[in-house]
Design a protein around this ligand. Structure first.
Ligand code: 5AD
Ligand code: SF4
Length: 484
């Protein structure tokens, strides 16, 4: 939508998306005026903490800032700094407080500076209270449900001259068609749903991201078609539990059915998704994955723990045996699939026997890689009330043993495609050796090979000549320098 054509002389429109473009148009004028006064463009720096969902939200934030005329910069010496926060683990919160201290000094040097905080951490009352009292220099605080309102919030701040706090307990509507700025020209994240209903007992996400809401399939397909028309060849479908996609739609639809529809989009080469919950990963989905030409040969399937006793305490709704059966079924139907996972060490009450069950799952499944987390007590979650929190030394010891096991299996697995020719999505010039290009295999493993930067964003055929631990060196197959 072109902001020049928007009438800003009257009242704001009622329709939400139109209202937000109206505020963007007003702010654009303000930014132009300020830039003239200062004799330079206004700059903005967005700092993103946490997961892919936050990264996608930040693209929407950047989209709004660019639309109103800010120049995006990496450095926090900017006219506007916005932190998109995470609260999944305690140290994520501490990091934000630490960096706010630094921002305070910057703001003292630059009186024009504005500071906004948003994201999951802001959905916690205690956090907002602390910022309100101890970090008075913050200009705007908003949460996960009203990112679309950013332009309106900046406008309110400019009018009111005091801290603006706007946190919603849950989402009201999904606002489509906001501006968005992509980090890469050839791959993009696409939200398919928001929120989570699972309430795993350690996890804060359902409290800060609200209940599950699926986007309309038509809106998703329309977005993917627009992306592919713009050169995107790989998409990552995002949702806290993609398996429950579509349950709350007027015309219910399964995630597998959505994938089948997305598969039909011309120009799209690769489909990734995260995160599926093992408790409701359906046979239908496995079937669709096995038949698909576009779904990547990779599944991130968080196990969290290998002990059925701990899994029950975590409210995960599956046992060790059910998880292993599921993995066997997937491996049988989708041969050569690369499996990755998330594991938490030191959940309250975890004994050595429980931990050994986790080690056993790791040995049986043989993950390509795994994200391992030390349990972090999140106030407000049921697990935080559980007695028998495990001691630090015990956790550290288990964590190290687990990491060693994962790394040794991963090292054995990663080279399994050496000598074969594979499709690689070429992503960038290698940062260390500019004669090399870097890309990713369908199973997400990196490949470096000699090539030209015209290949960026294309899928090329590369012979994997040598495995070097966690990546491959390769050789471009002649004549494969176009999207195939
Ligand atoms: N402590 C440690 N790890 C956690 N995760 C979620 N909550 C916690 C917590 N309180 C991990 C889970 C999840 C991943 C995104 O973060 O493994 O899958
Ligand atoms: Fe958290 Fe569990 Fe929901 Fe994942 S499924 S976001 S771990 S509550």
């Amino acid at each position: 939508m072109n902001l020049e054509h928007i009438d800003i002389s009257g009242k704001p429109p009622i329709e939400e998306i139109e209202k937000q473009y109206y505020y963007m148009a007003i702010l654009k004028k303000w930014v132009e005026k300020k830039s003239k006064e200062l004799g330079r463009p206004l700059t903005c720096c967005t700092v993103t903490f946490g997961c892919q969902m936050n990264a996608r939200d930040s693209e929407k934030i950047v989209g709004i800032f660019e639309k109103i005329g800010y120049q995006m910069v990496e450095d926090e010496h900017a006219d506007f700094v916005i932190f998109n926060t995470c609260t999944v683990r305690e140290n994520a919160n501490l990091k934000v407080y630490g960096r706010l201290g630094y921002l305070k000094k910057l703001k003292e040097q630059n009186p024009h500076m504005m500071i906004a905080l948003c994201g999951c951490m802001m959905q916690e009352d205690a956090v907002v209270e602390k910022i309100r009292q101890s970090y008075r220099f913050v200009d705007i605080i908003f949460g996960t449900h009203n990112i679309f309102k950013l332009a309106e919030l900046i406008h309110t701040r400019l009018e009111s001259k005091s801290m603006i706090i706007d946190i919603w307990k849950d989402a009201v509507e999904i606002v489509e068609d906001l501006p968005s700025e992509r980090k890469y020209s050839f791959k993009a994240g696409v939200n398919i749903m928001f929120g989570c209903n699972n309430f795993c007992t350690y996890c804060i996400v359902p409290y800060v991201r609200g209940r599950e809401r699926s986007r309309n399939p038509k809106d998703i397909i329309r977005e993917i078609e627009a992306l592919t028309a713009d050169g995107v060849v790989e998409i990552m479908l995002l949702g806290q539990n993609v398996n429950s996609y579509g349950k709350n739609l007027e015309v219910p639809m399964t995630f597998a059915q959505l994938l089948e529809e997305i598969e039909k989009v011309d120009g799209l080469e690769r489909i990734r998704f995260m995160t599926p919950h093992p408790k409701d990963l359906s046979d239908e989905l496995i079937e669709v994955m096995s038949k698909s030409k576009k779904i990547c040969n990779h599944l991130h399937l968080p196990v969290q723990s290998g002990s059925s006793r701990i899994l029950k305490m975590m409210n995960r709704h599956y046992t060790k045996e059910q998880y292993l059966e599921l993995v066997d079924k997937i491996k049988e139907k989708v041969p050569n699939i690369s499996l990755t996972t998330d594991i938490i060490v030191g959940f309250p009450g975890e004994t050595e026997e429980d931990f050994l069950e986790t080690m056993d799952v790791v040995k049986k499944v043989r993950y390509d890689s795994a994200y391992t987390f030390i349990y972090s007590k999140r106030t407000g979650t049921p697990a935080a009330q559980m007695e028998e929190q495990v001691g630090e030394d015990v956790i550290k010891n288990r964590f190290d043993r687990l990491l060693k096991e994962i790394q040794s299996i991963s090292a054995e697995l990663v080279g399994r495609d050496a000598g074969t020719i594979q499709k690689v999505l070429v992503e960038e010039v290698n940062s260390q050796n500019h004669a090399l290009m870097t890309g990713r295999l369908s199973n997400n493993i990196l490949v470096h090979f000699e090539g030209n930067k015209d290949l960026i964003g294309r899928i090329a055929e590369v012979k994997l000549t040598e495995c070097k631990g966690f990546y491959y060196m390769g050789k471009l197959v002649e004549g494969s320098d176009s999207t195939i």
